[in-house]
Design a protein. Structure first.
Length: 369
């Protein structure tokens, strides 16, 4: 422990424990990092640093310090991914630094905003979706106990889940055969069709207490949104979902029949029914429809860009006194996934143009610091 503390403190002070000199870092070599990336990383992240699938992140243009820390976390078991842990365990510190230098030096990948669903695509999506409606209900709104609704669900989540059913990696008897013959584009059209449907409001179920469920769902809201409308395209909405399905799903996670490292497992049947009752009667609208007002959005932004006044606390830009039109453009680009920041896209994906303009007006009116 003494040597570990020395190594940490020694980077800040010219002396360390036992008067050992701080190590002098070796210069990074992006070209050496490129060679390692080509041999070990490109199979998932490509040589331009773009993830090959929706589940694989882009590395291009990420801060080198962040990439180094992420690799350390995998190597040390603080983040979990079996293939990455095995791979990075074989890298020494110089190799990690060089890989980070290579990917951080690449131009960021700006994901294209999804194109609007054309009338022809919409009709095709409806045709592909028809086979699902026998169980999931007309237009994807389920009234069958235990069967989830698809109407208004996150489109990326639907695409990934349907792909997993189609290739058999997400086990469910009959689904693989049902989806046989559908290609990637067909699945995307079907998912976009269901995502475009407006979920109906539900009556309270005959079990559970929605008021208690609101308080008991606090842990769920960090991923699924405070009222069940997810900010993350890979995390499903729970608002308006079929309540018996929610009960069965939460119990399956609690009882380890389904697995996810972030799911709560210390929960009673009564609490599960309360949470399901609460989410079932929520409206699956946009982020702003679910009650997010300007004041709470400003507070969210200031967690990184500065508390209360908008001054910079981290290596991030100050927003106070910035040009209003610039702020509008940048926030719209983050929302539409046209600017390389997955975190900013997740935070702003539900923001309307009106809310973005209000936010820009507020920050532009603040005195620069």
């Amino acid at each position: 422990m003494k040597h570990l503390l020395c190594a940490i403190v020694g980077t800040l002070l010219l002396g360390g424990c036992g008067k050992e000199a701080a190590p002098v870092p070796s210069p990074v070599d992006p070209e050496a990092g490129k060679a390692i990336a080509q041999a070990e990383c490109a199979g998932c992240h490509r040589m331009d640093g773009s993830g090959k699938t929706a589940k694989i992140p882009n590395l291009a243009g990420q801060p080198a310090d962040y990439l180094v820390e992420a690799m350390h976390a995998y190597r040390e078991g603080r983040r979990h991914h079996a293939a990455l842990q095995d791979l990075i365990a074989g890298f020494d510190e110089a190799q990690i630094q060089n890989i980070a230098a290579y990917f951080s030096g690449l131009p960021p990948i700006a994901a294209a905003a999804p194109a609007p669903l054309s009338e022809a695509d919409y009709r095709q999506g409806a045709e592909f979706a028809a086979v699902c409606m026998d169980c999931h209900g007309e237009r994807g709104f389920s009234t069958e106990p235990g069967v989830p609704s698809l109407a208004g669900q996150q489109p990326v989540y639907l695409i990934v889940a349907t792909q997993e059913y189609a290739d058999g990696s997400r086990g469910h008897a009959g689904k693989e055969e049902m989806l046989e013959g559908l290609g990637q584009v067909d699945i995307e059209k079907m998912a976009m069709y269901f995502a475009a449907q407006a979920p109906q409001l539900r009556e309270p179920p005959p079990f559970g207490d929605p008021q208690r469920g609101e308080a008991e769902s606090a842990d769920c809201g960090s991923c699924h949104g405070s009222r069940g409308v997810s900010h993350d395209p890979m995390v499903p909405n729970l608002a308006g979902q079929e309540p018996t399905y929610l009960v069965n799903a939460i119990k399956a996670y609690r009882d380890h029949e389904r697995s996810h490292e972030d799911m709560v497992t210390d929960i009673s049947d009564e609490q599960i029914e309360d949470i399901a009752a609460f989410y079932a009667i929520q409206s699956a609208g946009s982020l702003t429809d679910s009650g997010e007002e300007l004041e709470s959005v400003v507070a969210k932004c200031n967690r990184c860009h500065g508390r209360d006044e908008g001054e910079t606390k981290l290596a991030l830009p100050s927003l106070n006194g910035q040009k209003r039109d610039y702020l509008v453009r940048v926030m719209q680009e983050y929302r539409d996934d046209d600017r390389g920041s997955s975190m900013m896209h997740k935070m702003s994906s539900g923001y309307s143009d009106e809310l973005i303009e209000q936010l820009a007006d507020w920050y532009a009116s603040q005195p620069p610091r």
